[in-house]
Ligand binder design. Sequence first.
Ligand code: CAA
Length: 380
Amino acid sequence: MNFELTEQQQMLQQSVREFAEKELLPGVIERDEKSEFPVEAFKELGKRGWLGLPFPKELGGSEGGYMGYVLAVEEISKVDASMGISFSVATSLCAGGINNFATEEQKKKYIPRILSGESFGSFGLTEPNAGSDAGGVRTVAVKQGDHYVINGSKCFITNGPLSDIFLIIALTDPEKGQKGLSAFIVEKDFPGFRVGKIENKMGIRAAQVSELFFEDMIVPAENLLGGVEEQGFKAAMKALDGGRIGVAAQGLGIAEGAFEIARKYMMERIQFGKPIAKQQYLAFKMAELEVEIEQAKYILYRAALEKDAGRPYTIPAAKAKLVCTNAAMHVTTECVQLLGGNGYMKDYHVERMMRDAKITQIYEGTNEIQKLVISGGIFR
Ligand code: CAA
């Protein structure tokens, strides 16, 4: 397997890095404090073709593959993990989830709007009683003539208050449980759609996450994903396979961002008459963290390459999500420690990165769920 980045991928990496440092770094601390999302910067990701990296030109994509997409999410997340998850959810969970199963008309109608940055996209699977047990969805869709009437609610929906387009999982046959789930493309203007409470979170505070309520919501029958009922669970699982690679890239970016701050700090911070980088115990700690980051990177890039090659990637995605997000949590925690008292202060960024890292071990399937998926592959 070749991990050499092409010249095009290196240029993409450089452009996204410059954008993140110039457009996202200023104000990132204030946005975290106020829970404010930089909508215009997100739209810029669309204008530059980055939201559309893994999609074909005919859908408004820029054909950079999943590998290009991973590099972009990684670079963004080094600086602003809230933007990283907003990007990942729009591109891989919403647009990707639609693309996997939609009819040609549905693809053409919705995907270009998300990729251009004109419309935010969200993915609605989780409910109060359907977290790790994704098949526990209670939202119900009843067909009435040329439309469905949907009643229920979703929680923890990333981009919820900002999105125009939602991929929603609901029961069309409650008797069948998980097998009776179907997927719908929902627009925020559909009658009966309402955004609920906007969450006040520990980390990724600039990302907008909310409840959604459907109260006799009218959804045209043509918005049933793929025009086929009862493929909702598979549609959700497949969307999550792609999404988990995005979260892994977010985790890796957070780890790398914190590591770089610690590296620079350690060369400048003088204690006992020399830079703390010269203290062997601390330098060895950085050696361990660098190896951890590199291992995670290879597992992640492998998952992206498997997807780009059209091979099965459920298990590689779960491994990447597990390893990269654990690295994010461990590396950021160590970096706060390496910066000492300064690490605990907001001005130095690493405390925010540590808070941001925590959710990456939880969303898009907890890391315990990733182990379930990986062990399922071992004992197949
Ligand atoms: N791709 C396609 N089909 C899949 C699949 C996949 N990756 N995984 C499972 N399936 C299919 C199976 O083949 C099976 O099909 P058949 O019935 O035809 O045989 C069916 O789905 C059921 O599979 P399982 O028996 O394996 O399902 P399960 O009930 O044991 O659950 C699970 C599996 C892995 C635990 C799943 O429930 C799961 O992933 N849970 C975690 C949910 C999750 O990740 N939530 C994240 C919310 S979204 C979010 O966080 C977004 C955000 O805003 C940031």
